[in-house]
Design a protein around this ligand. Structure first.
Ligand SMILES: Nc1ncnc2c1ncn2[C@@H]1O[C@H](COP(=O)(O)OP(=O)(O)OP(=O)(O)O)[C@@H](O)[C@H]1O
Length: 246
């Protein structure tokens, strides 16, 4: 079964002369359990696809189907039980005056869980932090530790699909691999499906099964990561991306 189906997706901002067509006719499907990458230069529309899925892009047309349910303009609460997002910047995504315990506890309460204490402890273990981090505040955490908290928060509702928007690009190089490996393990253990935006082909090569190369709002090629590794892109633009990343 496909966890995500995107059909003829157009997304735009503004109107008339100010209209920006950020995504044009995008189509791809992500089967359950797959990790799918979106790559392309800055401004090519990668993040806008994630925003359209989460309901953060107001103007779009086409089809977005998640876990068999075709989405309308509004996202219901149940949507966020299935789909969660991890953002690029863990400094911006955590409230500075909320402790880790509050961040996770409130998310769990919002989604109707009752055994909150036990779940907070389990989530902290699952992301490799452990209980000693439970009552810390964001300023007491490193960038990598913050991103682990953000990942724990995303896992709290037990989602099926994680949208990852450059989840390591704001981190020190030394911790990027740790976070990527954590994400690889979590997907394996939980059977998660990933849709991951990155401008870094080596990250996508490590994390993804397939990828779409985007340029000027359009998907120019969809390929297996094996083709990426073998430098076998068909489209000239994908070849350029590959060459630039060597
Ligand atoms: N809120 C907005 N209002 C107007 N234009 C926007 C808005 N958000 C994005 N855009 C435009 O849409 C296009 C696609 O942007 P998007 O952020 O999806 O690209 P991207 O491939 O994710 O790039 P990056 O890697 O830099 O994040 C760009 O031209 C951008 O300027």
């Amino acid at each position: 079964m496909n966890m995500l189906e995107i059909k003829q997706l157009d997304v735009w901002f503004g109107h008339g002369h100010n209209r920006v067509d950020a995504v044009k006719g995008a189509e791809f499907s992500v089967p359950e359990g797959e990790s799918f990458g979106l790559v392309g230069e800055s401004g090519s529309g990668k993040s806008t696809i994630l925003r359209a899925i989460t309901g953060l892009a107001p103007e779009w047309s086409g089809g977005i189907t998640v876990n068999g349910e075709r989405l309308g303009k509004q996202r219901r609460k149940s949507f966020y039980k299935t789909v969660q997002m991890v953002f690029q910047d863990p400094y911006a995504s955590l409230h500075p005056r909320h402790s880790v315990d509050q961040v996770l506890g409130e998310t769990l309460a919002l989604h109707g869980f009752r055994d909150i204490d036990a779940r907070v402890v389990k989530l902290l273990d699952d992301v490799g932090l452990g209980q000693k981090f439970r009552f810390r505040y964001p300023h007491q955490l490193s960038g990598g530790q913050r991103q682990r908290v953000a990942i724990a928060r995303a896992l709290a509702p037990e989602p099926k699909l994680l949208l990852l928007d450059e989840p390591t690009s704001a981190l020190d190089v030394s911790v990027q691999a740790e976070i990527l490996n954590l994400l690889v393990d979590l997907r394996k253990d939980r059977g998660l499906t990933y849709l991951m935006v990155s401008h870094d082909l080596s990250v996508v090569g490590h994390m993804c099964d397939r990828l779409a190369a985007m340029r000027h709002g359009e998907i120019v090629e969809i390929m297996d990561v094996a083709a990426l590794r073998g430098m076998q892109a068909q489209h000239a633009y994908s070849q350029e991306l590959l060459q630039a990343s060597v």
